[in-house]
Design a protein around this ligand. Structure first.
Ligand SMILES: Cc1cc2nc3c(=O)[nH]c(=O)nc-3n(C[C@H](O)[C@H](O)[C@H](O)COP(=O)(O)OP(=O)(O)OC[C@H]3O[C@@H](n4cnc5c(N)ncnc54)[C@H](O)[C@@H]3O)c2cc1C
Length: 419
């Protein structure tokens, strides 16, 4: 079932673009208007903290879709245009150019923005966020003149930046307020591994340390980071990687239910009929995760979640509902290490190591009540792919089999031979 009323999508990145593409693939034949407030056509974000900084990726390689995609699929892409308000009764979106758009369906795909650092000096010159292509170009430009860099935040993006900056020859210090790196996603054994990898590459890691202020020189340029004990780390540039906040204000102001993002079901449906939300801004109730003992709601920040969430939402538009049910997965590249994470481990899971941590080729599997719930792989792409299948089928694999690198795990994949 389709409607002749337009689908208006606010936010032209992964989720918005995939929703438009999937809607067309599924035969949605009403007009689609995709608006984005950035000046660039939809582009890939992962290289912004990886290849674009090291020089391995060029700006020309970033577009998400080919030049003809939007025209060929009758998707009216409007860039440099910002939605300022939504009237869900009149089904209208107000725009910052003074115009408005009426919709039959509205999809909010406004993503997330960098969390600001709440200390004095955070807006000095030489202090950078990293979310957009323009941010990345500014970081790259500053790096060409910088000798010493501080990265505030030891999460994935901060660590990718640290590895890229050190590859470009900068002296890098990472400051993390938690007692260990990646504490939110990794168990201590993985944090230790990541820490030793960065130390091997000459990066200085300061964990369990807060930032009190950033200090600049006479020209208003950052010159030092002051830690909570008064220590000053001299630097020529600072990159912030302290997490993101969902861009959910537009929805909240329109009376759409929010709470750490826009609340949706596994189809991207919000509390207001006719309004969908997808991607980083969506806080989804996912029965597939809840059933496995995970959290009742998750706001996943990944390309896969943006794409799969958009596919689920597109299915609503044509009346063939296919909820988001996949295993969440994510990757990170640091130095020569390819991290691939599948599933969402809980601290109570049993962690089982397979492979060689010292040789940088291993997977840490997580068993929950005997069933495989998650896996963190390093330089083991085939094992990661298999793990996703095994997690999806909740394969029951004895720990001694998982830990034996000679044991074949394929027979445990779906249909469940052992479960
Ligand atoms: C540096 C970096 C590296 C990353 N690396 C990885 C990785 O390796 N693997 C991975 O899986 N994920 C990675 N991610 C995360 C991934 O990029 C996000 O999960 C993904 O971009 C989410 O897509 P989205 O479409 O939901 O939101 P976004 O990509 O945030 O896009 C939202 C868009 O909406 C626009 N917008 C917001 N408000 C409005 C408005 N009112 N009107 C119009 N437009 C608006 C925004 O400007 C933006 O262009 C990375 C992210 C960054 C920043």
């Amino acid at each position: 079932m389709s409607t002749s009323q337009p689908l208006v999508i606010v936010g032209a990145s992964y989720a918005g673009t995939q929703l438009a593409a999937s809607a067309r693939e599924l035969g949605f034949d009403a007009p689609i208007v995709l608006i984005g407030d950035e000046r660039h056509a939809p582009y890939q974000r992962p290289p912004l903290s990886k290849g674009l900084l090291t020089g391995k990726t060029t700006v020309e390689q970033l577009p998400l879709r080919g030049p003809d995609f939007f025209v060929d699929n009758s998707i009216d892409l409007r860039l440099g245009l910002r939605a300022t308000a939504i009237d869900t009764t009149a089904r209208r979106v107000m725009l910052d150019d003074g115009g408005s758009l009426d919709y039959g369906w509205l999809a909010i795909a406004t993503g997330a923005r960098c969390r600001p650092l709440p200390v004095s000096g955070a807006s000095l010159e030489g202090v950078f966020d990293l979310r957009t292509l323009d941010d990345a170009l500014r970081v790259s430009d500053a790096l060409s003149r910088a000798r010493r860099a501080c990265v505030i935040g030891g999460g994935f993006i901060g660590l990718e930046v640290a590895s890229a900056l050190s590859a470009r020859g900068a002296e890098v210090t990472v400051i993390e307020s938690q007692p260990r790196l990646l504490a939110r996603v990794f168990p201590p054994v993985m944090s230790d591994y990541v820490e030793s990898s960065h130390r091997k590459h000459g990066v200085t890691l300061l964990t369990g340390r807060g930032v009190r202020a950033l200090h600049g020189g006479a020209g208003g340029r950052v010159e030092a980071v002051e830690l909570d004990d008064g220590t000053r780390i001299c630097c020529d540039m600072v990159v912030l990687g302290i997490g993101v906040l969902p861009n959910d204000e537009l929805a909240a102001q329109a009376g759409i239910a929010t709470g750490n993002g826009i609340l949706t079901d596994a189809l991207g449906r919000t509390s207001v009929p006719g309004v969908l939300a997808v991607g980083d801004v969506a806080n989804m109730a996912l029965p597939s995760i809840t059933a496995a003992g995970g959290p009742a709601r998750v706001r996943l920040e990944s390309i896969q979640a943006a794409n799969d969430g958009a596919r689920a939402a597109a299915s609503v538009l044509v009346g063939h509902e296919q909820p988001f049910a996949g295993v969440p997965w994510f990757w990170s590249d640091q130095y020569e290490l390819k991290f691939q994470m599948a599933g969402l481990p809980l601290p109570s899971d049993q962690a089982v190591l397979r492979g060689d941590m010292a040789g940088d080729r291993f997977t840490l599997f997580y068993l929950r009540d005997g069933a495989l719930a998650a896996a963190h792989a390093v330089n083991r792409p085939a094992e990661h792919m298999l793990a996703r299948k095994l997690i999806a089928s909740q394969a029951r694999i004895p720990a001694e089999v998982l830990s034996d690198p000679t044991a074949d795990l394929k027979p445990f994949s779906s249909p469940r031979p052992h479960g």
